[in-house]
Design a protein around this ligand. Structure first.
Ligand code: GUN
Ligand code: ZN
Length: 408
């Protein structure tokens, strides 16, 4: 049993937070057993003036793009060809993959991210290195290699006959590892896959109860080429026809969908990974967050590193605020915190995390706001909108420390 004394800020509902300016927080066997006003008891650690927050949830991030953050070579298809594919080809070298995996996992933990949905490169060995690093570091993740078998540079192509058995091997070794790791099925996007690859991916995900994830309707040229190549009436139907539109599907971007596509998306119970900073950096367009909210579609936030320019989910929440304003929706800081924590966790099928609540698993991070931040509003302002904020001081998963900033 560990008892902390700290200031506490946690989402209480999609629109409300709970703030305790002096709290006792107790966790035992990886779960919170008590959270309430401090009552004078002895503590194991006094974390004040730090503010204890739930761990953040990054629903869309690319592990092999860790070293190319800031490559301003967009829009999307140019950026993929000039910056992304050349870097991802380097992940054929397992030594490179292992070194980047280490850095990637440290960046997540330093950002306070305790659960991520991480795309790999096509290389099964690189994904193996990522899982091994996540397992050692103690983070939670849903991850897998991307599947690509068409219209991409030769070194990045993997035929169905090789890619899917490799993926099943990863499932055998890592799916369910320590209750923290899950393997996902990730056809990169329609433009890098044959119809057969998409169908086989949808089937494999359904048969094994795995998450399936891909990019959807990010860039207008991408949408046109995809529909033309697949002879499809709209972009979503490409994935729908492959059996990939279910409540275990996470779609990144979702910018240029028609009303009819949104209706089918909502009916299926699929999840939006909203990546507003990436959408700005590649000039992809605005995500209609009002439509998503109006239709009660589950939404989680994605940094989308490296088209997104930060591993910090709170920094991306600031972009989500800006995106909202541009499409006529003013999101409150409380709603933003929900999206980046509890809302994201629920959308990704992790009801056991995402808030500081008795009974939930003890995933948390410690934020050091400026000394004048004395209430929830001031802490939220600094957390989300101060782009110069430092890394988290500490991060824990199930009460085990996974990050401590130098000097903290
Ligand atoms: N579409 C296909 N691949 C990618 C990628 O790596 N990043 C983004 N933002 N969009 C994609
Ligand atoms: Zn992406």
């Amino acid at each position: 049993m560990t008892t902390w004394r700290a200031r506490v800020l946690t989402p209480a509902s999609p629109t409300e937070v709970r703030w305790l300016d002096d709290a006792a927080v107790v966790h035992e066997h990886g779960r919170f057993t008590e959270i309430g006003p401090y009552d004078g008891r002895p503590v194991d650690e006094d974390l004040r003036p730090g503010v204890l927050l739930p761990g953040f949830v990054d629903a869309h991030v690319h592990f092999p793009q860790t070293r190319i953050v800031g490559s301003a070579s967009g829009p999307l298809l140019d950026w993929l060809e000039r910056s992304t594919f050349p870097e991802e080809a380097r992940f054929a070298d397992v030594g490179h993959a292992a070194a980047v995996a280490e850095h990637f996992v440290q960046r997540l933990a330093a950002a306070g991210t305790t659960l991520s949905f991480a795309y790999g490169s096509v290389h099964a060995e690189a994904a193996e290195a990522l899982f091994a690093t996540l397992a050692r570091a103690g983070l939670r993740a849903i991850a897998g290699p991307v599947l690509m078998d068409a219209h991409s540079p030769e070194p990045l192509l993997r035929r169905v006959e090789r890619a899917l058995p490799d993926l099943l091997g990863l499932v055998e070794r890592w799916h369910g590892h320590d209750g923290r790791l899950e393997v996902a099925v990730i056809p990169r996007f329609a433009l890098s896959c044959t119809p057969r690859m998409l169908r086989e991916a949808g089937r494999l995900a359904a048969e094994n109860g795995l998450w399936v994830s891909t990019h959807l309707s990010e860039n207008t040229v991408e949408c046109e080429v995809a529909c033309e190549r697949f002879g499809a009436r709209d972009y979503l139907s490409i994935y729908e026809d492959a059996g990939m539109l279910t409540e275990r599907s996470v779609y990144a971007h979702c910018i240029h969908l028609s009303d009819d596509e949104w209706s089918r998306f909502a009916a299926a119970g699929a999840v939006v990974a909203h990546c507003p900073d990436s959408n700005d950096f590649l000039g992809s367009g605005g995500m209609p967050v009002g439509v998503v909210r109006g239709r009660s579609i589950p939404l989680a936030i994605g940094t989308d590193v490296a088209a997104g320019r930060s591993f910090r989910v709170p920094r991306i929440l600031s972009s989500a605020y800006d995106n909202g304003l541009r499409c006529g929706v003013t999101l409150t800081p409380e709603e933003l915190l929900w999206m980046g924590t509890r809302g994201g966790a629920l959308a990704l099928g992790h009801p056991q995390v995402g808030a500081l609540e008795v009974g939930l698993e003890a995933d948390a991070c410690l934020f050091l706001p400026p000394p004048w931040s004395e209430d929830a509003a001031a802490v939220l302002a600094s957390l989300i909108f101060d782009h110069d904020a430092r890394p988290m001081a500490r991060t824990w998963v199930r009460g085990e420390q996974v990050w401590r900033a130098p000097g903290a």
